[in-house]
Unconditional design. Structure first.
Length: 87
């Protein structure tokens, strides 16, 4: 689950559906069963913050403070080449 806050608006919590090519987030409210295209789209340029939360099986919500970023295959190949070159 994520929480986003737009400038001059209240914070919004929901589940990330997908991200569009122009950078807009599409989020579904956690209490709605169907996605609403008009109220569920948010532009990244107008956001004050984005917070990520983990929801456990009992429904407890905890904010994720820091997590390790997963590298792409391209980055891993480049790191491997540098390691071999530096030997």
């Amino acid at each position: 689950m994520i929480e986003i806050k737009q400038k001059n608006k209240e914070a919004f919590q929901g589940y990330l559906k997908f991200v569009e090519s122009d950078g807009r987030f599409n989020i579904q409210y956690h209490i709605e069963s169907q996605y609403n295209k008009k109220t569920g789209r948010f532009s990244t340029g107008s956001l004050e913050y984005i917070k990520k939360y983990q929801v456990d099986v009992l429904g407890a919500i905890r904010e994720i403070k820091k997590e390790t970023r997963v590298s792409t295959k391209k980055v891993l190949r480049e790191q491997k080449k540098l390691a071999i070159k530096n030997k």
